[in-house]
Design a protein around this ligand. Structure first.
Ligand SMILES: [Zn+2]
Length: 250
């Protein structure tokens, strides 16, 4: 349901599972309030009105990311994607029959990702690139873990690569850590910070002052990396969608 409060349009959704009110920016940048099933809608209005400035800041951040994403152009041959925080042109070359699709990263002349496409491969380009980026992420994360774990005096039981929507990394009490493959799109210092963050959880659970002190002692880029993630989170999630789809969704 669409509502308005203090000049701010927002969506209202009711959930029988919601215990309290929740406010997020929806996929298209519109504020979305989730209310417990029987709470009065007026609560949502009041909350949206009280959070007007926060909503304004979130929308500014959203629009900046959407503009950069749209400017990037559609994904395809001649388009581009970010890798290690740097824009790479994507080039697709169709192979002779009988040869298998492979992806090549070639920065000799200019940052370039070349997809050698088998003529019988009917996967969309986004799937081919995602499969390749996941492998790249795995080796980049493993390299950082190998470098950082001894500095923190920890050794993870297992390292996994995932695609979590809301988290860049996680750590379990059993010593398992996992990371979003999308971190490979971000600047190396950002991926390194998330690796340090999750490894530090193997020494200190929770986000106490002691935890942050440990993270900052090993990763001086902590604050800059966290800010970068806040400002670019959506772009990382949109990276393999086409800019055209983004505009029509808005
Ligand atoms: Zn944490």
């Amino acid at each position: 349901m669409r509502r308005e409060a203090a000049g701010v349009s927002y969506r209202l959704r009711r959930s029988p599972r919601a215990r309290r009110l929740r406010l997020v920016l929806d996929g298209d940048g519109m504020p979305l309030v989730t209310l417990p099933a029987r709470a009065p809608a007026r609560l949502a209005d009041d909350f949206v009105a009280s959070r007007r400035e926060w909503i304004g800041r979130q929308r500014t951040r959203f629009e900046a990311q959407r503009e950069r994403h749209v400017a990037r152009g559609p994904l395809g041959s001649g388009g581009s994607i970010e890798l290690s925080g740097q824009s790479h042109r994507v080039e697709v070359c169709v192979l002779q029959p009988g040869r298998r699709t492979r992806v090549e990263h070639d920065d000799r002349l200019a940052p370039l990702i070349r997809v050698w496409l088998s003529p019988v491969d009917d996967r969309p380009l986004s799937s081919i690139l995602e499969a390749w980026l996941r492998r790249e992420a795995r080796s980049a994360v493993h390299r950082r873990v190998a470098a950082r774990a001894p500095q923190l005096g920890v050794s993870p039981a297992a390292v996994a690569i995932r695609d979590q929507r809301t988290r860049w990394g996680s750590a379990s009490r059993t010593g398992r850590i996992s990371f979003s493959w999308r971190l490979v799109l971000a600047p190396p210092a950002v991926l390194d910070y998330v690796v340090v963050h999750e490894l530090a959880h193997l020494a200190v659970f929770g986000h106490s002052a002691a935890f942050w002190e440990l993270v900052r002692s090993v990763s001086p880029e902590t604050d800059r990396a966290r800010r970068w993630l806040r400002e670019h989170a959506r772009e990382l999630h949109w990276s393999l969608e086409t800019a055209d789809a983004m505009t029509s969704e808005a």
